[in-house]
Design a protein around this ligand. Structure first.
Ligand code: GLU
Length: 550
């Protein structure tokens, strides 16, 4: 009896050989320096901000280098799998315009030649490699029960020794082929363990792309590579096989994986695979109400879930600008000084990433978004906000559709130029900025009168203004001088300086007068440029609105 017999009884259904598999995954034909990256989540149905940041960086690195970014679903931990868990991830990514070049594109479909891109469909591949390791004497079946493993752990804890399956604690490592064979023949449950040839006293070094050199003791743990219940591989084994076959060049993943690196290094080396480069990303943190830093939490923080941004109507580009800002410390300055302001023109740099964690500040994101939206043309704002309206504000969507040119003209007020108006941090802010411009919505309004509240005085001001002063054809300067003229006539100060010097000499000032006009036609005391609003509404609609005032 030899190792082949043992391998055969352990994997009776494996027909593929590793040579055959290797042939199906040839080298990729990419330019020099092109990076192959992947986002490899469990199918949990959603993307957390921390994962979005890493997916975005994977995507960016691939784009920067004309490489490939693919989406691989890691569903070997069945406890983390939820129904339709893949589509949720795909649509979360799509909401940020992150479309993988390869990999899963729906719950069941994928594109690309390096699939399947879902681990549960790659079982045969993992088994073929596990079988190969058994044949080489580099993996073996382990029959230890949970109880006996718990027992070992207790002893190790008591002796203050390293916890794990190694050295003399690796009991099944020394079973003879015959003993193991017989146990399997008798139907005993087993897991497959890797037979590490490492020595804990040796040192290995990880050259992390962002953290630099990290030294570890060599792995000597005989870790589980194939589990017993569902015969699925563990993450350690599966990702090594997949990243090798799919020719991943750089793996960006959470820092919680740093301690596992020696195991991965051992597996890559033993299997004769070229190891990808690693960059272990810091945690995404937030400053709590009481000033302490903590991990951004899906449970406590709505902004941790990426659907939050979509629902709020933050343009994906703005979120990406923010993600780049927190990913690379030099991006913000680059962005300020770069005229094109295009993310594509910035190259991501691992040395500018923060090891100690990334502080996530949603207010800053809103601010970036506000600036971003303020720089859109009115057409862009219209086109980009319309789909959001369709999903989240049907009423405004219909009005925007019905009044295409008019809506664009509304958006155009104080847009363009050096200092555009910054009203909207998200598409959900648009309604409160423009609703009063549509007669359909201008009903049962509450007038936000400010200084001048006396009904008679208000009527007097409006009558005088619209009968004797206002002319829709006036240019802005004429419009403003007329406003001043009327203000003085009514006994208010046209000049703020004069007013501040001697407030008692006047009934009020020009701002009070313009507020009355503003409120009477928009119901709001604060709006964008009044001159433009008056022009857009036009004589008839203005008169109608004034007649509504009781
Ligand atoms: N499936 C792993 C996780 O969700 C991915 C880690 C990796 O990117 O290798 O943590």
């Amino acid at each position: 009896m030899n190792l082949h017999d043992l391998a055969d009884i352990m994997f009776p259904n494996v027909t593929l050989t590793v040579e055959e598999i290797e042939k199906k995954y040839p080298e990729r034909n990419l330019e020099d320096g092109a990076e192959v990256t992947r986002f490899a989540p469990s199918p949990t149905g959603f993307v957390h901000m921390g994962s979005l940041l890493s997916a975005f960086q994977d995507f960016k690195l691939a784009k920067d280098t004309k490489g490939i970014f693919y989406l691989r679903i890691e569903d070997t931990d069945t406890l983390r799998t939820v129904e339709n868990g893949i589509s949720g991830i795909i649509s979360d990514l799509a909401n940020f315009d992150i479309y993988p070049d390869e990999g899963m594109i729906s719950e069941t479909d994928s594109i690309g030649n390096y699939g399947p891109y879902i681990q549960s469909e790659r079982k045969e591949i993992y088994h073929a490699y596990a079988k190969y390791l058994v044949e080489k004497g580099l993996a073996y079946p382990c029959f230890c029960s949970k109880e006996s493993l718990d027992e070992t752990r207790k002893i190790q804890e008591l002796n203050k020794e390293r916890i794990g399956y190694y050295g003399s604690y690796a009991r099944c490592r020394t079973l003879s082929i015959e003993e193991a064979y017989e146990k399997i023949q008798n139907g005993e449950e087993f897991v497959v363990r890797f037979k590490s040839m490492g020595d804990f006293n040796n040192k290995i070094t990880l050259n992390d792309r962002m953290r630099g050199k990290i030294e570890f003791p060599e792995n000597d743990m005989d870790i589980v590579i194939i589990k017993s219940n569902d015969k699925l591989p563990t993450y350690h084994f599966a990702h090594v096989i997949d990243d090798h076959l799919m020719h991943t060049t750089t793996v960006m993943r959470g820092e919680e994986w740093i301690p596992s690196y020696p195991i991965h290094h051992d597996l890559f080396k033993t299997l004769g695979f070229k190891e990808p480069l690693y960059a272990h990303l810091g945690l995404v943190l937030k400053i709590d109400e009481n000033g302490t830093r903590r991990k951004l939490s899906k449970r406590k923080d709505p902004e941790a879930s990426v659907s939050f941004y979509h629902e709020k109507g933050i343009p994906p580009e703005a979120t990406k600008l923010y993600l780049m800002t927190i990913a690379n410390s030099n991006f913000e300055e680059w962005f300020l000084n770069n005229t094109t302001g295009k993310l594509e023109d910035f190259k991501m740099d691992f040395s500018k990433m923060s090891e100690s964690g990334t502080l996530f500040d949603v207010e800053k994101l809103f601010n970036i978004s506000k600036n971003y939206i303020s720089r859109m043309t009115c057409e862009e704002l219209y086109d980009k906000s319309l789909p959001w309206m369709k999903e989240y504000d049907k009423e405004l969507y219909e009005l925007m559709n019905k009044y295409y040119d008019y809506t664009k003209a509304i958006f155009n007020i104080e847009r363009g130029g050096e200092k555009p108006r910054k009203d909207y941090a998200s598409f959900s802010d648009i309604r409160k900025g423009i609703w009063y411009m549509y007669d359909e919505l201008f009903k049962d309004v509450n007038y936000e009168y400010q200084k001048i509240t006396d009904k008679e005085e208000i009527k007097k001001i409006l009558n005088l203004y619209f009968k004797e002063y206002y002319d829709i054809n006036d240019d802005k300067d004429t419009w403003f001088s007329k406003m001043k003229e009327m203000t003085e006539k009514l006994g208010y100060a046209a000049n703020m300086k004069d007013y501040k010097k001697n407030p008692d000499n006047y009934k009020g000032n020009i701002a009070d007068i313009s507020t009355v006009i503003r409120v009477s036609i928009t119901s709001k005391s604060q709006t964008p440029d009044l001159y433009e609003i008056l022009k857009l509404l036009g004589k008839e609609r203005i008169e109608k609105r004034i007649s509504l005032i009781k």
